[in-house]
Design a protein around this ligand. Structure first.
Ligand code: SF4
Length: 477
């Protein structure tokens, strides 16, 4: 798959998506189902309130001690026989994975689902270096066959319906005849993947939580492919962002009670894998080597800002996107980068820079649905507003590309606005001028266009309130 374009074009892509009735129907159907399932899981408001407060507290506590916990995690993983690699950039993470694979002489890789490996474009990097990586999560496998990127962080091929998948399988899987029977489609994927597990020289996975106290990697999944990817091949490489650390093993249970219920409306996923070491003497299965690549890619910068650091609490449940009135209409590919929906709108501009993704915080109505359902209480609308401000009036070096959204017209416009509102005389004069000439300003003026493109231009009143009050004898001003 080609690397992503590095500049967001949310407006242009959203127009295309909105004019695609099939895509809209696919998303609407899927999101309605997910919202109903989640609502059924959290039908007791008292339980929901208490549990999400606990989840938020666990994540906040982990972040408050992040540097210490990362050191502790490394020490305990190392003690357990897991090798830790630190990567500041995607290039470093890709190089670390490639280096491990080369050292082991690995040519064939089977992958479990991992959004961080999407973030660093690991598959493309491995392919360019002669290593074949096959996705084993069904959704990821489908989009890999289609040559696409995930459109959702939990259900990567949610934008496709079964007819499209049936056509894809008939076209791409050798010997597969066209069928829309879902069981037969799953069986075809299982059959195609089965040998890949057995043949793989290495397995690559993500991590849901990394427990500092015990040096344990927690992975959840529904298909068993994650377990096969991490135990069958002789080498397992896990890749994750530095924010995924939690302090204690006890912290995992409340987060596991929140994550699948928020994500897919399941009480718990079919599999919960806890990896604490490579295969030990006398054990019959498991990899001989386990490595963890910890990726920064701008997360330390995000962490340096007290308000924006809340972004790092995210447990990637996708509830925010399932409930977002924007995401549910335009789908995940509209967001250009790896993380779509509300979490993407706050995370991507911070990782990639406001100069690349400055339009994303504006792709929101600020309705607050995302914050209401977020199981770790990330104040997404506040962070969207903060990033909008950073784009025009940078206050923190934590955000790359701050100020890039400000044009000369904006600067002059706001200077005029400040002068007008600082002087009663100037304000009175401006009001009169607007009453007389304001309605002559054309709707297509650059500063008005964004507003008037989809709305009627408001009409200026002929007289100000002060004038009317004076004329009626209510004011002597
Ligand atoms: S921001 Fe909250 S709701 Fe969205 S994916 Fe992260 S944890 Fe889930």
């Amino acid at each position: 798959m080609a690397a992503e374009a590095r500049v967001s074009d949310f407006g242009g892509k959203a127009h295309v998506a909105l004019n695609d009735p099939k895509l809209r129907a696919n998303f609407r159907r899927a999101m309605d189902g997910l919202m109903a399932k989640r609502a059924a899981q959290f039908d007791d408001p008292a339980e929901w309130t208490a549990l999400r407060a606990r989840g938020a507290a666990i994540r906040a506590r982990a972040l408050a001690r992040l540097p210490d916990l990362l050191e502790r995690l490394e020490a305990n993983l190392t003690r357990n026989g897991i090798t830790v690699h630190w990567a500041e950039t995607p290039a470093e993470a890709n190089a670390a994975v490639l280096g491990i694979l080369r050292q082991a002489g690995a040519k064939r890789v089977i992958k479990g689902k991992s959004m961080v490996t999407e973030e660093i474009h690991l598959n493309a990097h491995l392919e360019a270096n002669g290593i074949t990586a096959v996705e084993s999560d069904l959704g990821e496998y489908i989009i890999q066959l289609a040559g696409q990127a995930p459109s959702h962080i939990v259900m990567p091929c949610i934008h496709m319906n079964k007819v499209e998948i049936a056509e894809l399988f008939a076209d791409k899987i050798e010997g597969q005849t066209y069928t829309e029977d879902v069981d037969e489609l799953c069986a075809a994927a299982r059959k195609a993947l089965r040998d890949r597990f057995a043949d793989a020289d290495a397995g690559i996975s993500g991590v849901n939580f990394a427990v500092a106290e015990t040096g344990t990697l927690v992975l959840i999944e529904n298909e068993g492919n994650g377990r096969l990817s991490t135990t069958l091949p002789p080498l397992h490489i896990a890749v994750t962002g530095i924010e995924k650390v939690v302090e204690r093993l006890d912290d995992v249970a409340p987060l596991l009670s929140l994550l699948p219920r928020s994500a897919t409306g399941q009480i718990i996923t079919t599999y919960v894998n806890m990896i604490s070491s490579p295969r030990k003497a006398g054990e019959k299965d498991g990899p001989r080597q386990v490595h963890l690549v910890l990726l920064d890619n701008g997360r330390s910068r995000v962490y340096a800002d007290v308000q924006l650091a809340d972004t790092l609490r995210c447990i990637r449940c996708a509830a925010c996107m399932n409930h977002c009135p924007v995401y549910t209409r335009v789908g995940g590919h509209t967001y250009t980068f790896t993380y779509p929906g509300p979490i993407g709108k706050i995370l991507t501009p911070q990782l990639e820079g406001l100069d690349c993704a400055g339009d994303q915080p504006h792709a929101s109505s600020l309705c607050g649905a995302c914050a209401e359902v977020c199981p770790v209480q990330i104040p997404i609308p506040d962070l969207l507003a903060r990033l909008r401000t950073e784009a025009v009036r940078p206050a923190s070096p934590a955000v790359r590309g701050g100020g890039s959204g400000r044009s000369l017209a904006d600067t002059l416009g706001w200077a005029g606005w400040t002068a007008m509102y600082s002087s009663p005389r100037l304000y009175g004069l401006s009001s009169r001028m607007m009453g007389l000439f304001g309605n002559l300003i054309p709707a297509w003026m650059p500063m008005l266009k964004q507003w008037t493109r989809v709305r009627t231009k408001p009409r200026f009143a002929g007289k100000s309130l002060h004038q009317i009050a004076r004329e009626r004898g209510f004011s002597n001003d």
